[in-house]
Design a protein. Structure first.
Length: 207
């Protein structure tokens, strides 16, 4: 009996060593796969920030107190364009929304990232291929013409739209929408152009 137990313990120890070895080899293979690419991409894959950790821990449904803490912490990190203008050119915003480049392995270094908005949203009536993970954005500006949902004026609607694009978790903890500004995917100026795409009456979103 003692021999059997000793054998089981020995095998268990070997299995443990094997698991560690496989883990190390898997991590090495992961890093090798990103060799020559943007090191920021590998860093994002390897390590969660505190908000991501909390959202993973609570399966994107954190308790009210933690959700409130996430929102307030993320609001503290909001940043705005140096010009102070939160609404840019909708034509530039259209190009950013259609651009799927950025943060992908093999993307040219230094090329500005796009928003890839069509991956999750319907943006224009004429589009026949778009994602449905997020709500349709058709008539986004028309629905907020004169007032936003809280009853505040147009300027408040512009600010809210900008801030939601910059960091949606400042409003909804564990939102599935990317934190474009917070994570440096888009610049504040690019986000202002997207605000114009959503709110400008001349934009195809609102025709």
């Amino acid at each position: 009996m003692k021999r059997v137990l000793f054998s089981i313990a020995l095998l268990g120890g070997c299995a443990g060593v094997g698991e560690d070895s496989y883990r190390e080899r898997a991590e090495a293979a992961l890093k090798a796969g990103f060799a020559g690419g943007d090191p920021k991409i590998l860093a994002r894959v390897e390590r969660q920030d505190e908000v991501q950790r909390l959202c993973s821990e609570h399966r994107d449904a954190p308790p009210a107190a933690i959700a409130a803490s996430i929102r307030s912490g993320q609001r503290a990190g909001l940043r705005y364009p140096a010009s102070g203008r939160l609404m840019g050119d909708w034509r530039a915003g259209k190009k950013i929304a259609e651009d799927a480049g950025g943060l992908r392995y093999g993307d040219p270094a230094g090329k500005p990232a796009g928003g890839n908005c069509y991956a999750c949203h319907q943006v224009e009536e004429r589009e026949i291929a778009y994602g449905t993970l997020g709500p349709s954005l058709l008539a986004y500006g028309k629905k907020r013409s004169g007032k936003n949902r809280s009853g505040a004026g147009v300027d408040a609607a512009v600010r809210e739209t900008y801030e939601r694009l910059y960091n949606p978790q400042a409003f909804t903890a564990c939102s599935a929408m990317p934190r474009f500004g917070h994570n440096g995917v888009l610049t504040p100026e690019q986000i202002a152009h997207l605000v114009a795409l959503l709110l400008d009456p001349a934009s195809p979103v609102n025709r």
